[in-house]
Write a protein that binds this ligand. Structure first.
Ligand code: ACO
Length: 338
């Protein structure tokens, strides 16, 4: 219950995105490592991704995406009550990227990073929803921001991971829904995790286990680059995503055919085609952008939301299902009415 015993609802009132200008095609990667456009397109669907230029930071991308989301929500960033930045590629070890974003807006609004990797956006949506429906805050910004490119192994040794990832930011504003005649709202968010697979997709570097976190041996062993058991990730993603989607639809009291738009995390086009097939979702109800941006982890789903807004797909009344899977393992799904 919210203030005065009235049940509070939270809705998404604005979306925004920012991609770096620099396009990196599969042909560009062929120059850096032994790979091919054909291999990458066939296995992942990716044709190009955006990588930052030197000096461009996660907070730079996050600021542009967040300002657009606020503008579309009809508020000034100064009016936000809380800022959440889901990210797996933080600007510094600490403090979190959220503090460098908060600095751009001034003031003393609380902010924090949330670490749930590619499911980070869905986890953050759940927290933002809870903060609003509890009555603690009125307007919460969630901005997924990732700069992966500076942390990827661009030699042939790292090709299985490196070809998949891109940089970008996507943001939403979650607000209290005060108009009872407007049914817009976050109907459900369902989350899961399975830490026993933490090392199936991870970066060992910087571990508290190392006496000196930055040391030459670790560098020689290339521990600062992501490691992935791609097949294990693939198998779990295609099982967990339809499962959690069904759970969330059930919890929201919504049937699959009622959903207008399904937006999946963009890890691999083959994963998403598999999930859509398994869940019997018609292709025209699914939007992907991995072909152009690669996997932007916590930024992928909010970027999709912002593009859907630009295409006029988030008109009032539209029902959207968001589903993600990522390192941790972590996975989750949400149902949102616009
Ligand atoms: N270019 C060319 N060849 C490559 C590349 C590359 N970029 N990467 C790997 N290969 C080679 C391998 O070395 C291997 O060669 P070998 O047979 O001589 O040993 C061969 O291609 C096949 O490798 P596989 O690993 O069997 O390829 P697979 O068909 O499994 O596809 C892929 C690999 C695309 C990574 C797939 O497993 C996948 O998509 N997994 C899910 C990955 C994912 O989604 N990760 C992120 C999700 S979670 C998150 O977003 C944080």
């Amino acid at each position: 219950m919210g203030i005065g015993g009235r049940r509070m609802r939270a809705r998404i009132s604005g979306t925004g995105m920012c991609l770096p200008e620099r396009r990196v095609t599969n042909k560009d990667l062929e120059v850096m490592m032994e790979t091919s456009d054909e291999w990458i397109v066939q296995r992942s669907g990716i044709r190009e991704r955006r990588w930052v230029s030197e000096g461009e930071t996660p907070a730079d991308l996050a600021e542009v995406a967040s300002r657009t989301a606020c503008e579309r929500a009809g508020i000034d960033p100064e009016e936000l009550d809380c800022i959440i930045v889901p990210t797996l590629s933080s600007q510094y070890e600490f403090p979190g990227t959220s503090f460098f974003l908060q600095e751009r807006f001034g003031g003393t609004v609380p902010c924090f990073d949330l670490r749930a990797q590619c499911t980070g956006f869905i986890y953050s949506l759940s927290i933002a929803n809870a903060l609003v429906i509890s009555g603690q805050y009125q307007r919460v910004l969630v901005c997924g921001a990732e700069v992966h490119s500076t942390g990827l192994d661009k030699s042939t040794e790292g090709r299985d991971v490196t070809v998949l990832f891109g940089d970008g930011a996507g943001a939403i504003v979650v607000e209290a829904a005060e108009d009872d005649s407007n049914p817009a709202g976050i109907l459900d968010v369902t989350l899961h995790a399975q830490g026993k697979y933490a090392k199936k997709l991870w970066v060992p570097w910087g571990s508290a286990l190392f006496p000196e976190r930055l040391n030459a041996d670790a560098l020689d062993e290339r521990l600062h680059f992501p490691r992935m058991d791609g097949r294990h990730v693939f198998k779990n993603a295609v099982t967990r995503m339809p499962e959690v989607m069904a759970e969330s639809l059930d919890a929201a009291g919504v049937k699959k055919p009622d959903i207008d738009l399904f937006l999946f995390h963009q890890a691999n086009l083959r994963i998403n085609e598999f999930v859509a097939n398994a869940a019997e979702i018609p292709a025209e109800k699914v939007r992907n952008n991995i072909q152009r941006y690669g996997n932007c982890s916590a930024a992928s789903i909010p970027i999709l939301l912002s593009e859907a807004h630009d295409e006029g797909l988030l008109e009032p009344g539209k029902l959207v299902c968001l589903t993600g899977f990522g390192s941790g393992f972590s996975w989750g799904s949400a149902v949102v009415r616009f």
